[in-house]
Design a protein around this ligand. Sequence first.
Ligand code: GLU
Length: 332
Amino acid sequence: MSFSPAAGGAGRYAPSPSGDLHLGNLRTALLAWLFARSSGRRFVMRIEDLDRARDAGNAESQLADLASIGLDWDGDPVWQTDRGPAYEAAIEQLRERDLVYECTCTRRDILAAPTAPHAPPGAYPGTCRDRSDAERAAARAAIHPRLPALRLRAQDLQAPGELTQMEIPDRLLGTLHGDIDDFVLRRGDGTIAYNLAVVVDDAAMGIDQVVRGDDLASSTPRQVLLQQLLGLPTPEYAHVPLVLGPTGARLAKRDGAVTLRQLQDQGAKPEQVLTLLAQSLNLTRDLTNPEETVSATQLLERFDAELLPKTPWVWNGSAAASAISTTASERE
Ligand code: GLU
């Protein structure tokens, strides 16, 4: 089974510019690129900088790392901080259908509120959903100078009193199931929520294939619901297993040399790091010489989504890094 090649379709990588990409991020980017390019799609970049002040330096260094392992992309990266009017227009479109309401709850309010019988933990209890104009004005005044968040009236869309349910096919995970509560579209501080921004941007960028870490799989039902409400197409999804550190927790800075630069400081070359990533994706089975490396273009020729491991890759930093540096020093 393979993705249908789409004329004019695109895949994407959408890093948050919060520091150098680690092996897990690089591996997801590589996969997104392989899925897109092997199915004849364009590949585009989006810098997801809504959550932090625009940091061009971080994004530039992430893009440089992606380029140095051999990935390329079409056109200039899109920065989410340039896209405010498009997000506001989407909120307006939902508001016109009475699908948006103001919420003055704090996190603590939500935790303290009684939850509906079958609601998953953390689901929004609906406290602010059915306020009259007068109640809403009073609630706004009570939190001044804080401003209300905006939530989507997602619950009840299929049946009164029920969370909206969604099932989405995923290339690697099978079927994603989601019970969707009234989630936030715009936070009280004015920041656009991730789910809204992604949906608006993916559609505007012509993306019909989303490949990303499986930590985001649980966001997908919300995004698909938003696509449906905004009249936007739903892309194909492939959520890829994460990279874990030696303790089994998600790979992080504490796990030693985990970024391209750190590995380069230990003597690794970008093509060796790419080869390590390729090994973890079962794409180097035909290499016989342990010193042999592969290029991104060679990986594209041999890419087979069926061979991808369905479980996380555990990065045992010290063993792998010493293998790299031994090879590097032997060559000198
Ligand atoms: N910016 C997100 C991240 O770096 C990815 C969002 C997405 O791919 O939808 O984890």
